[in-house]
Design a protein around this ligand. Structure first.
Ligand SMILES: Nc1nc2[nH]c(O)nc2c(=O)[nH]1
Length: 464
């Protein structure tokens, strides 16, 4: 059977983000099935295909890659009692609410988070689901991704150390470690797809040093390595997190992670705001990845992650919107913009001697982290840039809209980051058009939002 073709024709510019970072004016992209077949000047490519998108007036980029999220938190945005707390207080306020999560809530909130991501240009996302009350399963979010058409890296999170054992979460929200490992193996065996262009890859993700035991961290690492899956957790998020590591384990977060086998090319840690010079050196030497979450780090006042220093040292850095309750959005292009702005803040020398300033974090640096950086952090060589043979994941932005006025005419690629963060005109995932003319093409958004808001009210009322 011949595979269908999709032609993105006559784009104003295609920012390939390839090894030469080529930005092709007046270019087209030919897709066959789920992969890119050809890319180049419009005059060199065919004019027709099974489906043609007229991309005049548009800028085309590789689909953005989100490396950290907690999608269920879309149900608990802007909860008044959690609006002004730092991480531990914020978590203590929200745990009792999250304890009411149901399978339907997990599925519907994931669809909402995914809709928001897709409309912001994201085509691949990770999700860290670390609590499983009331029969919730990772399967619920995987079902959501399949229905909406997002490339998905769900991670089987977990919490096993409750308050009575010195952890942060309430005892009734933690699981037994043998049950965690058993279910993690089940979801890997059921859903993990290591093949090229895979739409689902499962990760192993005990939640954080203050909610799981060192034993579970070690067992999780062994399981991931036995099954060829990746490891993910939170690390060095703020000063309290550092203090917990020092008081409980007598180690810095990096020393703790390394002692448990949690450094390596198959590991990525979220936040890493408080990584010290030794930590950065160890991450660089071992190829350990970081999910940089600027909005959440600002919202919770956790601090500014030393991203320039990490990148200059060779640490793989991707971008994450983080959970929708600590952002409280899931707009990945805006996250890239915030990474750029935060990376410029403070003209003075920082603790590592890095001079900040406008030239230290360019629009293209931000795009690099959001595309190639994310792909590397998730261990994928088939997404993150546009070239023949790569997965057909692309985002198209219409530069004739209000937010781009007076900007895209000078530099359409730079304007993506420097002007107001736009939503996409088209988003293509694995060769399938999932956003068309600015609207989600795979499901009806209005009834989804109605149901989501009803569930959000129900969840908050349940714990009241
Ligand atoms: N930003 C966040 N940090 C966390 N640490 C932890 O244990 N859970 C969370 C979370 O949901 N968000």
């Amino acid at each position: 059977m011949t595979e269908p073709t999709l032609l993105i024709r006559d784009a104003d510019v295609v920012a390939t983000m390839d090894d030469e970072r080529r930005e092709l004016p007046r270019a087209s992209v030919l897709i066959r099935g789920r992969a890119i077949e050809a890319i180049g000047p419009a005059s060199d490519l065919p004019r027709e295909a099974d489906e043609v998108i007229d991309a005049r007036g548009h800028v085309v980029i590789p689909g953005l890659v989100n490396t950290h999220h907690h999608m269920y938190q879309s149900l608990t945005r802007a909860i008044p009692a959690a609006q002004n707390a730092e991480l531990f207080g914020w978590l203590r306020t929200l745990y009792p609410i999250w304890a009411g999560l149901t399978p339907e809530m997990a599925r519907v909130s994931a669809q909402v988070a995914m809709a928001e991501l897709l409309l912001s240009g994201c085509t691949t996302s990770s999700d860290h689901l670390y609590l499983y009350p009331n029969g919730v399963r990772l399967d619920d979010t995987i079902e959501a991704a399949a229905s909406i058409g997002l490339r998905f890296h769900p991670t089987r999170g977990s919490m096993s150390v409750g308050e009575s054992a010195g952890g942060l979460p309430p005892d009734h929200l933690v699981e037994r470690e043998d049950a965690i490992l058993h279910d993690t193996r089940r979801v890997i065996e059921t859903f993990h797809d290591p093949s090229r262009h895979a739409m689902v890859r499962v990760g192993v993700a005990p939640c954080s040093p203050f909610s799981v035991s060192p034993g579970l961290m070690r067992d999780a690492a062994a399981l991931a390595r036995a099954t060829g899956t990746r490891l993910h957790t939170h690390l060095a998020e703020n000063d309290h997190d550092l203090a917990y590591s020092r008081d409980k384990f007598g180690q810095t977060p990096t020393e703790y992670a390394e002692s448990l086998g949690w450094l390596g090319e198959d590991v990525w840690h979220a936040h890493c705001v408080k990584l010290d010079a030794h930590g950065i050196a160890r991450f660089a030497a071992t190829g350990t990845g970081v999910a940089h979450c600027p909005c959440s780090n600002m919202r919770l006042a956790s601090g500014i992650a030393p991203v320039q220093r990490m990148r200059a040292s060779g640490v793989p850095v991707g971008l994450g919107v983080d959970g929708s309750a600590s952002n409280d959005a899931a707009h990945l292009l805006n996250e890239a913009r915030q990474a750029m702005l935060l990376g410029r803040v403070g003209r003075s020398l920082d603790a590592f001697g890095c001079d900040h300033g406008p030239a230290e974090f360019t629009a293209r640096d931000a795009l690099d982290i959001a595309t190639r950086g994310g792909a590397r952090v998730l261990g994928r060589d088939d997404i993150g840039h546009l070239a023949p043979g790569m997965s057909a994941d692309l985002a198209l932005f219409d530069t004739r809209t209000l937010g781009f006025a007076g900007g895209a005419v000078h530099d359409p690629v730079g304007a993506l980051l420097l002007c107001a963060s736009a939503t996409t005109a088209y988003t293509v995932v694995n060769g399938r058009v999932v956003v068309r003319e600015g609207r989600l093409a795979t499901l009806e958004l209005e009834p989804l939002l109605e149901r989501h808001n009803a569930l959000a009210r129900q969840l908050a009322n349940r714990s009241a």
